[in-house]
Design a protein around this ligand. Structure first.
Ligand SMILES: *[C@@H]1O[C@H](CO)[C@@H](O)[C@H](O)[C@H]1NC(C)=O
Ligand SMILES: *[C@@H]1O[C@H](CO)[C@@H](O)[C@H](O)[C@H]1NC(C)=O
Length: 178
């Protein structure tokens, strides 16, 4: 066996880890919009910086028509650029089947976030308000950079939350990766 291969792989690995570790992800803006006030409304939705390295997202959605037996999510992810390097992902999936659906790395990624930082980390139905509690930019950075090669820039993460086929809410998160 040729010894140079493992050495080379180690070097590449170290370079990758090094470059990810040296990058910063910053949430720059979040906007939560209710599309159906009779179904749900945001009680709060904000970014907060505890200090230079710890910035997080918190939100709370009040659900008025519980229990909710079905929801789906449409998630679109764009790099803001002059169209030179578009990373465009736009997927829709059944939220109630998210736990079982591990076929897509994107769904696993989203479920990884939801599992750790929200209270919809259990099977449907949901008969309570939805909370995302202090989701740190750093956590997203780590999960995200293991998902795909990640060029520097400004990004928009746009999500539509649909229940029974009707779009009820939109959450739009802007972040930078530098
Ligand atoms: C930032 O705040 C978090 C939470 O309060 C704390 O754990 C962390 O040590 C702080 N980091 C710095 C650099 O002060
Ligand atoms: C994502 O795809 C859906 C369905 O095709 C479309 O309605 C929506 O506008 C797209 N979202 C973005 C941000 O491109």
């Amino acid at each position: 066996m040729n010894l140079q291969y493992p050495v080379l792989l180690n070097i590449i690995f170290l370079i990758c880890v090094h470059s990810v570790a040296n990058h910063r992800m910053e949430f720059t803006n979040v906007k939560c919009t209710t599309l159906d006030k009779e179904f749900s409304d945001f009680e709060y939705c904000y970014l907060k910086a505890a200090n230079r390295t710890y910035k997080y997202l918190s939100l709370k959605v009040r659900l008025f028509k519980v229990p909710v037996h079905q929801f789906s999510m449409n998630v679109a992810f764009h790099k803001r650029s002059n169209g030179l390097f578009p990373i465009n992902h736009n997927i829709t999936f059944d939220g109630c089947k998210m736990v079982a659906d591990n076929g897509s790395p994107w769904i696993s990624f989203l479920y990884g976030v939801i599992k750790e930082y929200s209270n919809i980390n259990h099977p449907c139905p949901y008969d309570h308000d939805v909370i995302v509690d202090k989701l740190p930019a750093q956590f997203l950075k780590q999960r995200f950079s293991s998902l795909l090669p990640f060029p520097e820039g400004d990004y928009v993460f746009n999500s539509n939350w649909m229940a029974y086929g009707i779009n009820r809410a939109n959450v739009r998160l802007h972040f930078s990766y530098t």
